[in-house]
Design a protein around this ligand. Structure first.
Ligand SMILES: O=C(O)/C=C/C(=O)CC(=O)CC(=O)O
Ligand SMILES: [Ca+2]
Ligand SMILES: [Mg+2]
Length: 410
């Protein structure tokens, strides 16, 4: 603690002045009053209270129960608010006032930070898609003929997107193993995770008007971590020919923190070498900046690290996904969430789901408390990530966690 600044942080802190991710929180005194927070060190800044105290023109946008109004306000406002937040937290002139709006992390409860509009999930890792293709469709080509020409995706269920920490009840449904003559009903026996990165839309677009890659920054507010829980037995039986449905719609967890896109500038990187020419709207040069992001993800099961998937290995970029998602004229709404798809790298320990890590249950992962093929009741999964920041700093993306609860009684 120095006299000049309210909070002196070590330079390598994951939540320093170059990060400033948003959340929505309540306190024990005001459990019915969700407020917008900004993480700084091990504190949360009550953004609405700080804005009011400092006479900010954005006070109204920050004194809201979720991020949607701020996200809808557009990039110039996002940038102005970010500059204000940074100055309140780091300039000596505000040291005496800003501390009144800082609350310790352990004194708050975090909530879903934005109202989710539509939810899309892509399939953008070549390593994941190749592995899953081999497992689900042995004997065939692992990648479908379209895979290198367009980012494959599906529309998910936005109403079951939940915040980190929400328990996940084991889903029930129809399952049929290849060696079974007919399907049976019951709790999933192959419950899995999918480590993903989510992109949160702020600025909406108009129906009929595609959003080009170059407009990515005008529309995408920030990034969160996603766990796309997947019941592999339900999925494998139901998905033909229309794709994922009940095997994935029971819950999708997101981190409580939304990291502004501008905090990830130093993490921008070129995507992998292209093996097929792309149509014009998907060309990498159409984005005007490197479309990849160097995010280092870590997946733990009951406190034990089981995978470290590199987001930089993703074949399709988020800007390409946005352009593809709207190329038919479909419009964007504030709160739309599009997830990258499971993040897997080329190495075994870089695979972002148990289906791949255990090769469909053939090679269990070893944990201190025993072997795992798929998730057991009581298991807790925590996905974290960080990215390189400016001047050697690191940008933390927080975590998305969830514990498996037994299937509901019928
Ligand atoms: O190849 C398939 O049949 C399905 C694979 C998936 O699990 C789809 C999915 O959620 C996309 C992803 O996370 O990459
Ligand atoms: Ca997924
Ligand atoms: Mg899901």
């Amino acid at each position: 603690m120095s006299d000049a600044t309210p909070l002196e942080l070590p330079g390598d802190h994951l939540f320093g002045p170059d990060n400033l991710p948003y959340c929505v929180f309540t306190t024990e005194d005001d459990p019915d009053l969700p407020r917008i927070g900004v993480r700084y060190g091990d504190y949360v800044l009550d953004a609405g209270s700080a804005a009011g105290a400092h006479g900010s023109p954005h006070t109204g946008l920050l004194q809201k129960p979720n991020l949607n109004p701020l996200m809808a306000a557009g990039r110039p406002v996002w940038q102005a608010v970010r500059a204000e937040l940074r100055s309140w937290l780091t300039s000596p002139e505000y040291a005496g006032t800003v501390t009144h709006s800082l609350i310790r992390l352990e004194d708050i409860t975090l909530h879903l930070p934005f109202e989710v509009a539509d939810y899309v999930d892509f399939y953008a890792s070549e390593h994941h898609a190749t592995n899953v293709g081999r497992i689900f469709r042995p004997g065939g080509e692992p990648l479908t003929p379209n895979w290198k020409h367009l980012p494959i995706g599906y529309h998910g269920r936005s109403g079951t997107v939940v915040v980190s920490g929400t328990p996940v009840v084991r889903p029930q449904g129809q399952r049929k193993a290849p060696d079974e003559a007919s399907p049976s009903f019951g709790p999933s026996r192959r419950l899995d995770i999918e480590a993903e990165v989510g992109f949160v839309v702020g600025t909406p677009s108009r129906l009929g008007e595609p959003v080009p890659q170059a407009a990515f920054r005008e529309h995408v507010f920030g990034v969160c971590l996603v766990n796309d829980w997947s019941a592999r037995d339900i999925q494998a039986w139901e998905y033909v020919p229309l794709g994922p449905f009940l095997g994935k719609s029971f819950a999708t967890s997101v981190s409580a923190w939304v990291t502004p896109l501008d905090a990830l500038d130093a993490a921008r990187t070129e995507p992998p070498q292209r093996t097929h020419p792309l149509l014009e709207y998907l060309e990498d040069s159409a984005g005007g900046e490197p479309g990849g992001l160097d995010l280092r993800i870590s997946v733990s099961l009951n406190g034990h690290t089981i995978a470290e998937p590199p987001f930089s290995a993703m074949y399709w970029t988020a800007a390409q996904q946005l352009a593809h998602m709207t190329v038919n004229g479909a419009s964007l709404r504030t709160g739309d969430l599009f997830a990258s798809g499971t993040v897997s790298g080329p190495e075994v320990h870089q695979r972002g789901c148990l289906l791949e890590l255990t090769w469909s249950g053939r090679d269990p992962v070893e944990l201190p408390d025993g072997k795992r093929t798929f998730l057991e009741d009581g298991d807790e999964v925590v996905i974290t990530a960080w990215a390189p920041g400016p001047n050697g700093s690191r940008i933390g993306l927080g975590e998305v966690s969830g514990r498996i609860h037994p299937a509901a009684d019928r």
